[in-house]
Write a protein that binds this ligand. Sequence first.
Ligand code: CDP
Ligand code: MG
Length: 887
Amino acid sequence: EVEESSDRDTSSEEEEEEEEKEVTETTEMTAAPPQETEDKQEVQEKPHQTEQDGQNEKNISNQKKVENKMLSQPAVFIPVNRLPEIQEARLKLPVLAEEQLIMEAVRENPFIVICGETGSGKTTQVPQFLYEAGYASGSGIIGITEPRRVAAVSMSQRVAKEMNLSTRVVSYQIRYEGNVTGDTKIKFMTDGVLLKEIQKDFLLQRYSVIIIDEAHERSVYTDILIGLLSRIVPLRNKKGLPMKLLVMSATLRVEDFTENTKLFRTPPLVIKVEARQFPVSIHFNKRTPVDDYTGEVFQKTCKIHRMLPPGGILVFLTGQAEVNNLCRQLRQAFPFRRGNTTNGEDEDADTSEAMRTFKKTKQKKTVSLPRIDLDNYSALPVDEGDEDRDAGIGDEEYGGSDLEFGDDPASTEVKADPSIPLYVLPLYSLLDPEQQAKVFRPPPPGARLCVVATNVAETSLTIPGIKYVVDCGRVKKRFYDRVTGVSSFKISWTSQASANQRAGRAGRTEPGHCYRLYSSAVFGDFSLFSEAEITRRPVEDLVLQMKDLNIDKVVNFPFPTSPSTEALVAAEQLLVSLGALKEPPRTGSLKQMELARLSCPITPLGRAMASFPVAPRYAKMLALGQQQDCLPYVIAVVAAMTVREIFEDLDRTAASEDESVKLAQRRARLNQMRRLWAGQGASLLLGDLMVMLGAVGACEFAGCTPKFCEENGLRYKAMVEIRRLRGQLTNAVNSVCPEVGVFVDPKMAPPTEHQVVCLRQIVLAGLGDHLARRAQAEDILDQKWKMAYRTPLLDDPVFIHPHSALFKTLPEFLVYQEIMETTKMYMRGVSAVEAEWIPELLPQYCHFGSPLESPSPWFSSSTGTIKCHCSSTFFRIAWPLPAVEKE
Ligand code: CDP
Ligand code: MG
């Protein structure tokens, strides 16, 4: 207790001191020793710093002190020449009313949290406040991070326009592009970009202020940034280079930031911005939700346009493809002519042209990225994700709306003029910035605006003039398989908080309506909030990214919401085994060794792996994949393993006799195809992964049609997903090492025998901790071990699934993708490996013993080790990495 509070005093005293320094313009980098008398004064003068409630009022009451303090702040005021109409619009934003309060708070405190409903002006105005107050007038600039690329690009353009400044001054930087210059004073960027900058300059000396925007989304990178900055800011102040951190959130759920003493020793000041919200009537669907929700969305949108009074429509769908489809449908249903061009065709043409240019620039730029050199590797950026982020936690209930249930004014209200044109615009993350900007401009005179968006419109962007919201209730989210660590995108129900945020978009300028295409009962089943992303997933990849940032003691990292220690330990062990982290020393006391196990530094291989957007096991395969021209196959296999269930489930029980016959036929067909794809001889040993390769290749040869999939027992959706992933992984590999220049022809020729052997070794290197060995003679005496395999982590027998290509082969050693428990524990995705590869490819698992020690049996379940024989040497292979050599 005592220590804790003295800590706080010290930190505030340090800040005070730095501020003093700024006045006297001391350029020394080292902090002067604290002076006793001043300390005490400061502690007495700043009682509010340790409290959290009623800050707004307190701040006003501290006005006098603030005025005194003003002297020690950048006294400059940088004038901005705004156009009159811009100035007028700004003044209506709720955040303007709090400008003085916010700026006083920033002067007084190193850490501020600003909460305010979406659209209240946080993103566009707060950087301007800071600019005018001189925070970008010295050597440091103002940096703002966004979890999404769309927001970074469009907000920088908007702010430049509002301030009447060029984009040389108000600029953006996202992963593949940016317009930052030497004159840049306000820089918008994605959180991934700032994380990368921290790798190069931990103190972020270019910046005087960092604003972390959209913190309520709780994206993993935003969380890590807040953790890092909680340390960087005090360090900067200590060094006499003052820095401020502002965290902005659309919700009031900020306890994870403010009440986390591990994070901020001095709790940040919370400023609340009151926004005006008009009532929004909610209309639920009466029917149970249908699968074809996009069809429902189309119907509802048409109905609103035909029957309801003027006002913009905002439609929420889950992804880019859905958005484009609906736009096309709506333009067909409501075509209109403007000048010489029709709405639909014109838009489509320039959208795809823009996409082509975007892709071109992307490709050109990747070539200049650094190449892999395993001995001298500079860290690469973390993946920002090409998909829209899932929107996280929303506000409790948007304020003051009168909820109406069931009644649909679309059937009762006055009919609108059906001849009014509908101006349809798409909005999603990867859309060209020029296209995105269109949603902020007024629609053509007399037309009704209809924006079809992903959840990027939920909190990041506010579209003016929206009166109607159509909510499909779904969201595309990243899901992580705890067994495989594989990530994939799936569509699921959103949370209540997100649904309410969506509804709130209709009440920004006048009362509005929200049409939820699901019943109120279904809404009741939604989770209240989306959890912080970090608790929903295994953390190997995250740990690897942090090690790539040279944060070796991840366990001590001040996460706003921390993953469990077990999760961190498991991650670190796996990464050591994969060779991504250096093996911890096995000397010193138990405690020291335990600690060393949780703070292993990264290896050059780890740095390479960190730059692939897949789980580390698969990243390792990709890192090794270029050998023997195997990369296209490795990419296809990794993509297929990432998309689960590529085969249709034909084991279901049939509802009728008729269906049962059909199912049997289809099963027979699928089994036949599986055998065909698995091949014979050498290729058969690649097992289920060979089947995946064969299926992917055959499907692409047939043009990846729903018909081909249907006929051959493949899930069409999965195959489309695999195709997309292959493209993404190819780009990733090419940007990490352009000299490999892998070009993936969707229709690949089958691998040669030589390549199959190579592929089996690559798979072994990646799935090393998923090794299993055929049960030995003494086991088989026990009936339950018949045809069984042993794994080091399980006491029970595991089996090859009857569907597996290796079911009859029963190889001595194999690796598996995952274990699923049904009637038995079945290994899925198995591939045969040779015993003599193990010590060569998995030296991390091996303990080299004397040949005399114990020549047989090879496997001892009691010690959890495997002994194998290779070129007249005996090896003991144990895993996972034993904590301590007990001897
Ligand atoms: O960040 P926050 O959600 O609090 O608000 P904001 O993004 O700063 O937006 C403030 C206002 O500016 C909103 O009413 C937007 O409609 C408007 N805006 C705009 O008209 N054009 C843009 N490109 C961006 C924002
Ligand atoms: Mg914002």
